[in-house]
Design a protein around this ligand. Sequence first.
Ligand code: IPM
Ligand code: MN
Length: 369
Amino acid sequence: MATHKLLLLPGDGIGPEVAAEVEKLVAWFTKAGIAAFETERDLVGGAAYDAHGAAISEDAMKRAMQADAVLFGAVGGPQWADVAYEVRPEAGLLRLRKDLALFANLRPAICYAALADASSLKKELVEGLDILIVRELTGGVYFGEPKEIVTLENGQKRAVDTQLYTTGEIERITRVAFDLAKKRRNKVSSAEKHNVMKSGVLWKQVVTDIHKREFAEVELEHVLADNCAMQLVKNPKQYDVIVCDNLFGDILSDVAAMLTGSLGMLPSASLGAEDASGKRKALYEPVHGSAPDIAGRQLANPIAMIGSLAMCLRYSFGLIEAADMLERAITDTLTDGVRTGDIAAPGMNTVSTSGMGDAILERLQTLAR
Ligand code: IPM
Ligand code: MN
């Protein structure tokens, strides 16, 4: 059995708490003989800044490059609010995405039947929801140059961010979206703002071309990104796969997350291109942040992080059965009424972060028998 090298970067805030639950599961998969993992651990974000003065050390970057997959917790917190922009906690995550060339960010939003009441939307709007946001992750306004604040002659300051996309960048993310749609409900909605932005004009054109040339059998619709945000809260089940740029994807995936009941539910996969041997660099992380307000108190919901491990089994290692089993264990746990505070209905008993991790592990063991 091949040994898979994992790099665990728990980060800040609730990151270490939710990462600890994933470690339990990784250890179990290895012990049960389902897969063999070797786990290394390192610092990222504010924790790395405190130790090394950088949001990620060169050594940790090297380990990330050599790992078969990176499992990432969360970064940031008020104690680093005043550190220099270049070394702020988020810079560690952005460097990982850029240097590992993780251009495809998959953010599935699934509303579990047991949680349909936890959403802020009406139950009938979200029950059975299963959409996938495919977010471009290494381009656009996140990385475009110039990116600066300059002082003008009159003493005013001028801030510039640059939204920038090339044909190739749009083509490769579009292909990922269409490929995934073919295994789902065969529909892609491409969100941009071609009515205001040149990058939107190019985006729409490239998506249309790729569709015509390579994926004519998949249904394609174009939607303005602001309208897409509105449609997501009005009638989210009309969507299957939504493909969009880096910034729109950031915003739309937070909206989608809340449809499922809690930001604590959404996993994500960030994937690079396949190399000649069919391997790809990958990082898996929950969509939620470091939640400093509840950190260190065992209140965080580890499901987004555990769901990210399931995505890792599926996309990095082709361990489809193990991934299915882990996702099933999450569903069973929720069906049995186990809840962390963020997804509990009034009057329900709640468990701690590790209580939820243990409950999922228990069901996983039952399923494996
Ligand atoms: C996300 C986060 C990040 C982003 C931050 C932490 C840099 O919000 O992964 O959605 O903006 O991409
Ligand atoms: Mn975000």
